[in-house]
Design a protein around this ligand. Structure first.
Ligand code: GDP
Ligand code: MG
Length: 297
């Protein structure tokens, strides 16, 4: 299933580390059907990793559990090859009873930890394949109200296992004021329920430019995103990735229109390495020591 994708502007620093370590990045997307997960992945990686799928008809069997599907692409930039895997979770929140729909997702994340642990325990440890989930993009329905019980439950079950990156789905369906208010409410809910969402570490010796760049990114969380597979024309005649409305176009890559650019910047440019490090040093390490304790080691 591998395809070749051009990856723009990965910083040199990431390249050097990547070349040394053999670079793998796994991103998971979670959220109810129709919130634009597949579209956003295609938008993020400038490709059609996902082909449009037939929508199940009433009566057609949708299955009874959350499915876990993973798709990989080789990405090339400056002659460096990166392996990107996207883990999709269709079915989340789609059932009459969604009480345990976080469970297959936790199981999947833990199975990936186990696979890594098993490799670490081998005598020959060079060339570890890292299929652990480094980031989980969680799609929040653009209701404008607050988090739903299923959102809170999912994030509370997952926040010690994976870097959570909440996004407001289909932000073009809300006005700017609604987005601002919704973000505030979501952050209040997150704080109220003690949910840990991903925050990059603060380094002491960072230059002012980097500090400011990080602050700008974090000020947008939860990112209000718009995805699109198609090119539309703006009122002033430009052709852009976006969504067409009678009064004009919502531009995916315009920071005045949505936070897509900032999300992408965080994931694949500024914080990819931190996401990988936090996964390894904290999330995986906690899982590993818990597991060893359980085995009486
Ligand atoms: P998924 O089920 O979460 O994977 O959702 P899809 O990516 O398949 O998208 C479901 C529908 O929503 C499709 O008709 C998309 O064109 C549409 N869609 C996707 N992203 C957006 C968005 O940002 N805004 C709007 N208004 N529609 C979107
Ligand atoms: Mg989908």
């Amino acid at each position: 299933l591998a395809s070749w994708v051009g990856f723009s502007n990965l910083p040199n620093q990431v390249h050097r580390k990547s070349v040394r370590r053999g670079f793998q990045f796994v991103a998971m997307v979670v959220g109810e059907s129709g919130l634009g997960k597949s579209t956003l992945i295609n938008t993020l990686f400038e490709t059609r990793l996902y082909q449009p799928k037939a929508i199940p008809q009433p009566g057609q069997d949708r299955g009874k559990t959350v499915q876990i599907e993973s798709i990989s692409a080789e990405i090339e930039e400056n002659n460096v090859r990166l392996k990107l895997t996207v883990v999709d979770t269709p079915g989340f929140g789609d059932f009459v009873n969604n009480d345990e729909c976080w469970k297959p997702i936790v199981d999947n994340i833990e199975a990936r930890f186990d696979a890594y642990l098993e490799q670490e325990n081998r005598v020959n440890r060079n060339k570890l394949v890292d299929n652990r989930v480094h980031a989980c993009i969680y799609f929040i329905q653009p209701t404008g109200h607050s988090l739903k019980p299923i959102d809170v439950e999912f994030m509370r079950r997952l926040h010690t296992k994976v870097n959570l990156i909440p996004v407001i789905a289909k932000a073009d369906t809300l006005t700017d004021e609604e987005v601002a208010l919704f973000k505030e409410r979501i952050l209040n809910d997150v704080a109220h329920h003690n949910i840990r969402i991903f925050r990059p570490p603060q380094y002491e010796n960072e230059d002012e430019e980097t500090v400011q760049e990080n602050e700008e990114i974090m000020s947008k969380v939860p990112f209000a995103v718009v995805g699109s597979d198609s090119i539309v024309r703006t009122n002033d005649g430009r052709e852009v990735r976006g969504r067409a409305y009678p009064w004009g176009a919502i531009e995916v890559d315009n920071e005045a229109h949505c936070d897509f650019v900032k999300l992408r910047q965080m994931l694949v440019r500024t914080h990819m390495e931190e996401l990988r490090e936090h996964t390894n040093d904290v999330l995986y390490e906690d899982y590993r020591s818990e597991k060893l304790r359980g085995m009486g080691v």
